[in-house]
Structures are given as C-alpha cells and as structure tokens.
Design a protein around this ligand. Structure first.
Ligand SMILES: Cc1ncc(COP(=O)(O)O)c(C=O)c1O
Length: 476
C-alpha cells in the first residue's frame, strides 16, 4: 500500500489565503518558536477566548495614559479629565449597542461580572420566592451559574433544530405564565462552541408575549455583529472588552433601568452610596449603584475605542470576511477523514466565526498542543465552560475550537486546515506527554519570549495551571 499523501481538497485554490485582516491588531505580526527550532508567524485562532487589542485601541490607551488620574470627585484638572473620559466612554459603549434613552450602561469587568450583577436584580415573585429565569443548556457557564445560584433557574434542554428549540421555549414560557411566570429569559447571542444562535427577534417576541424580559449574553456576538437594544427590544446585554479587541479589564451590562435601580448593589463600597451612617445606608441609583470602588477608567476608554473602531467598519464587510473564514474552516475540516465539526442546530443561520471539531483517535488536548508546537497556531481545547452542551452533544471528552475575527488573515485559517490534515495523515512529529492533566511537548525546547521576564518552559502545567481554571475534560 502506498504512503498516504496530503489531500489537495483542503489546500486547493478555493481557499481564503488571499484575505487580509480587516483591521490591524497588536501582535498580529508576532513570531513564535516551533519545536523544530524554526519560527513562524503566530496564528491566533483563539480570539473567542480573548481577542488581541485593535491597534486603534492600543493607540487610544497610549494617548490617554498621561491624562490618567483619580476619577469621580477629584478636583484636580486631570481628575476631571479622567472623569470625563470615563463617563464619555460609558456613553459611547451604550450607544454602540443601541441603548435606549433610559437604559443604564454599567461598566463591569466582563460578561461573567455583568450577568452576576443582573442576577442580583431580578425582581422576586409576589410571594417572595426568587424571580424565575429560563435558560437553555447551550449556555456558557457564565450565563447559567449566576441564574442557578441566585434564582433557581429552569434549564431547558434545547432541541436539534432552531425551530424545535423555539417551540420548546414558547411552550415553557406559556406553561409558566399561567402559574409562576418567568421574569427573565437568559440566552446566548452566539454560542461560544459553534457560533450558532437563535433568532433574537423571535426570542424577544416570545418572551415579551409571556411577560418575561430577555438578557442576551453578547460575549461572542458583540465583537462580530452589530446589535441594537432599541431595534431588537432585547432588555439587557452583557459583553466583554477582552473579547471585543479591548483587553484592558472592562466589560459592560447595558439595559433597562428599573430592575438595576431597585436591585441589590453589586458591590458594597465607596462610590455606590449617597450617604452612610452606622445604622443606615442610602444607596445611589444609576450606574454608580453597581460600580463601587475605583472604576477602571483605562478599561472603559479602551472598550469605547473598540466600539468606535468596530462602528466605523461596514457591518456587511465584517460578516463577509468572518463568514468566508468560517466557511473555509468548516469545509476544509469536514473534508478531512476522521474530523467531525460540532453543531448545535441543524438549521442555524448566520453563525459567527467559531468552529469546534474533533479528530477521531486524538485527544483534543493533544491536537491543540500539536497545533501550537508544530505549527504556531493557537486554538482552545476542552469543554469551553459549556459542560451541559458538550455532554448532550456527546463530546464529554472535549473538542478543539478555532475562532476568527476582524484581525484574522485567511492564511491563518489555511494553515490550520493544512495542519489538521497533516496530523491525520502523518501523525504528530514531536513527543507529547500529559502533565497535571494537560498535554505538553516532552522536553519542550521552545524558549520563552525575550524580555518577558519569564523563566523556564511555557507549559501551562509549569505555571501552576489547574484544571479548575480551564474547564478541561474530567479525564485526559
Ligand atoms: C458566550 C460566552 N459567554 C460568557 C463568557 C464569559 O466571558 P468572560 O470570561 O469575559 O466573563 C464567554 C467566555 O468565553 C463566552 O464565550
């Protein structure tokens, strides 16, 4: 039998190698070492986890840093500038997602923070029981656990199609409306596993018809699609700066004021109060109620700069770019023997640039380690903090996720497809071990980046990484 050869279906002229990034990102030209001693441009296909800063965001941060000083109530000139920068950033962020006139924009740390904040604001039922929240099992843990903990959420198992899932949601909302109606429907704007979503307008109509509000987990939506609260009727939107090309520690919760003004202040401390006596405290309303402590001015400015930069892009151009990359990933990967691409809904339309797959015979952790060590490609492996979904779809052992955005070049996608094909045909060339539950290169020779201040190997196990942080499979 002749030796297997690489299949040109996955690397032929139909590819996307000619596509340049839509916007420059910091580190887009960073080179990384491979185990064979050579170097290659880093292909960052893990932007769904954290996206690199847009160059415009980094420029803005550099510009405002000399102006940074204490914020809110400082009398100094720079304090007043910083306060103005922070409050202007808040308005820009709100406007970017179509906040209604009376909506609040609260600057948080990230999506997780935003959803936990909102969980403390869902009004109780008339008998004092926590307000009811409906979620699907497709959610990232950030849009599941806050509701489970604070409200005793109902977790609905989604169906195999969008149509069936919508029907299930409708039935559940209708059944509850007769007795204990839901206060809130918490839904992902785009799955962090597959990039798929349910139609927002249909969801909002269903929920509102049955007296429930809608919070959209926009972590994977906002960086990729324009969304307007005003146009869609979505009541609350949570998203993260570090996934929106602004990795400076800020995120946002935007939405209807009444629940937020009446809800439990998210953090207790300075800035959230009007007046404090030893026995009684008068809490602020508005964003300040939930923003105790010194605010993240730089993070907010960075997030606003990202919003401005994304707003300046033609939304259609973003869709065309990211869809071409995604389609190439899906088609290229599916053309390879032993590769399976994960899907939640057979009839989903317009998914964002997230593609999850498995390579039969190879642990997802090994595939990810191989892509990094032998091809300089960064992807994510594990269960993506979506254990219920991965379990239902039969991927309890985890999978590999590649994700793209406005800073992704077509060449990076082509490299991934070719590297996976090479793995299937030739197997990995380096040796790999499992250390502390993670796949690492045996005696990894790759040096740490010069000037990084790090010493020794980069293997995450060596940095004390723990299973709990990464939502990795139970057993590798
Ligand atoms: C869909 C989704 N929701 C929520 C989160 C949590 O985001 P963060 O870690 O920024 O809070 C993520 C992160 O991956 C996500 O993909």
């Amino acid at each position: 039998m002749s030796a297997p050869t690489l299949d040109t279906r996955t690397s032929g002229p139909t590819g996307v190698a000619h596509l340049a990034p839509l916007r420059p990102v910091v580190g887009g030209d960073t080179r990384v070492p491979l185990v064979d001693g050579t170097e290659v441009g880093y292909a960052n296909l893990d932007v769904a986890a954290s996206a690199p800063a847009l160059q415009a965001v980094a420029d803005r941060v550099t510009q405002v840093l000399p102006l940074y000083a204490s914020v809110h109530r400082g009398a100094g000139y720079l304090s007043q500038v910083s306060t103005a920068l922070y409050e202007t950033a808040r308005r820009t962020v709100g406007a970017f997602v179509g906040a209604r006139e009376d909506d609040l924009t609260i600057i948080t740390r990230n999506t997780t923070d935003s959803l936990n904040l909102l969980a403390g604001c869902v009004p109780a039922q008339p008998d004092g029981e926590p307000g009811r929240v409906l979620v699907l099992d497709v959610e990232h843990h950030a849009n599941l656990l806050p509701w489970q903990r604070a409200t005793g959420a109902t977790v609905l198992t989604g169906g195999p199609t969008v149509a069936e899932t919508l029907a299930q949601i409708r039935d559940e909302l209708a059944d509850a409306a007769a007795g204990r109606p839901y206060a809130l429907l918490a839904l992902t704007g785009a799955s962090n596993v597959t990039g798929e979503s349910l139609p927002v307008d249909r969801i909002v109509a269903l929920a509102h018809e049955h007296g429930a509000r809608v919070v959209l987990d926009g972590a994977q939506l906002v960086p990729h699609r324009r969304i307007s609260l005003e146009a869609t009727g979505v009541d609350y939107l949570a998203f993260s700066g570090h996934k929106t090309y602004a990795p400076f520690g800020a995120g946002a919760l935007v939405g209807r004021r009444d629940w937020l003004d009446a809800g439990t202040p998210y953090l207790a401390g300075g800035g959230a109060v009007r007046r404090v006596r030893t026995a009684v405290t008068d809490w602020h309303e508005g964003p300040a109620r939930h923003e105790a402590g010194s605010p993240n001015v730089v993070g907010a400015v960075a997030l606003a700069a990202a919003c401005e930069e994304l707003a300046a892009l033609d939304p259609a151009e973003v869709v065309v770019h990211e869809s071409a990359l995604r389609q190439r990933l899906v088609e290229g990967l599916e053309a390879i023997d032993r590769v399976e691409v994960v899907r939640v809904w057979a009839d989903a339309v317009d998914p964002v640039g997230v593609v999850t797959f498995t390579v039969s015979g190879y642990d997802p952790g090994l595939v990810a380690a191989y892509l990094s060590a032998e091809h300089g490609i960064g992807v994510r492996d594990g269960r993506f903090c979506a254990h219920p979904l991965l379990g239902r779809l039969g991927f309890d052992a985890g999978a590999v996720r590649a994700s793209v955005g406005v800073g992704t070049a077509g060449e990076e996608v082509e490299r991934l497809v070719a590297a996976v094909e090479r793995l299937v045909v030739e197997g990995p060339q380096a040796g790999y071990d499992v250390v502390d539950g993670l796949w690492v290169v045996t005696d990894d020779p790759r040096p740490v980046p010069e000037g990084s201040g790090l010493a020794g190997l980069l293997a995450t196990a060596a940095l004390g990484f723990d299973e709990a942080f990464g939502c990795v499979p139970d057993e590798v």
